[in-house]
Design a protein around this ligand. Structure first.
Ligand code: 6GU
Length: 234
């Protein structure tokens, strides 16, 4: 087994797509283990409460530390080897291909999905006493909770594990990788060579590998200049 993934959430069904496609195959082969846990299993009141109003006032609700403390203790017992705890949050460090590669080198990832206005900050502080805590953001917009972020992060990480992706070479030549100098990839084409009056660029049919490489480099730079000039600054 190359990777173990645990997810603690109040919406376990939200993570069902993880068992499909790419990751589903890796799960069947036993390359990846996936555990999805309902946070409400660690509540103690009849209403199975997971949140309360924020100290200091303000809108929304904050997730209670007690269920989270019990959940972390159950999924990652303190006396054993610890996972890396990933907390998806818009206030986290940006998720990039480099972060995905870093996470793909870990044996065990534990995701804590917050909802509402987030999880009581003491949970991350407490967890930091025994595991590496990584607060990660997908980008500068706000989702309702961490579940969709987990789907994105796990997919990006799993496809970097050797044998999970069909073609091992394709991951090493993706956009944002060293193969394209951290830039966007050139556009791709397949058959037919002429479709609805639109022709595939002639050079790609030429079999001239040096010219194809040069063409792709130019298209990669064009695209990056237009869409992601920030990538050219570094
Ligand atoms: Cl990782 N979580 C949430 N809740 N919202 C986000 C996000 C993550 N990344 C961008 N917005």
């Amino acid at each position: 087994q190359d990777l173990a993934v645990d997810v603690i959430t109040i919406f376990p069904n939200y993570l069902a797509p993880l068992r499909e496609s790419l990751l589903g195959k890796a799960l069947e082969r036993g390359q990846v283990r996936l555990g999805v846990h309902d946070l409400r299993a660690w509540t103690t009141d009849v209403h199975r409460t997971v949140d309360d109003t924020p100290y200091g006032g303000g809108p929304g609700m904050v997730m209670l530390p007690e269920p989270w403390g019990r959940a972390l203790d159950a999924v990652a017992p303190a006396e054993r080897a610890q996972p890396r705890l990933i907390i998806p949050t818009p206030t986290g460090r940006p998720f990039t291909q480099a972060v995905a590669a870093q996470l793909a080198a870990e044996p065990w990832l534990l995701f804590a999905c917050g909802r509402y206005e987030g999880i009581d900050a003491r949970v991350a502080e407490y967890a930091g006493g025994r595991m590496v805590v990584d607060e990660i953001s997908l980008g500068d917009y706000v989702l309702c909770g961490g579940e969709v972020a987990v789907l994105a992060i796990v997919e990006a990480v799993a496809r970097l594990i050797p044998g999970v992706l069909g073609n091992a070479l394709s991951a090493s030549e993706d956009s944002f990788t060293a193969a394209v100098d951290g830039l966007l990839e050139a556009p791709a084409y397949t058959k037919p060579a002429l479709w609805r009056g639109l022709a595939v660029p002639e050079v790609l049919l030429s079999g001239h590998h040096a010219r194809i490489r040069q063409w792709r480099r130019e298209r990669s730079l064009d695209r990056t200049r237009k869409r992601r000039p920030d990538l050219l600054d570094s």
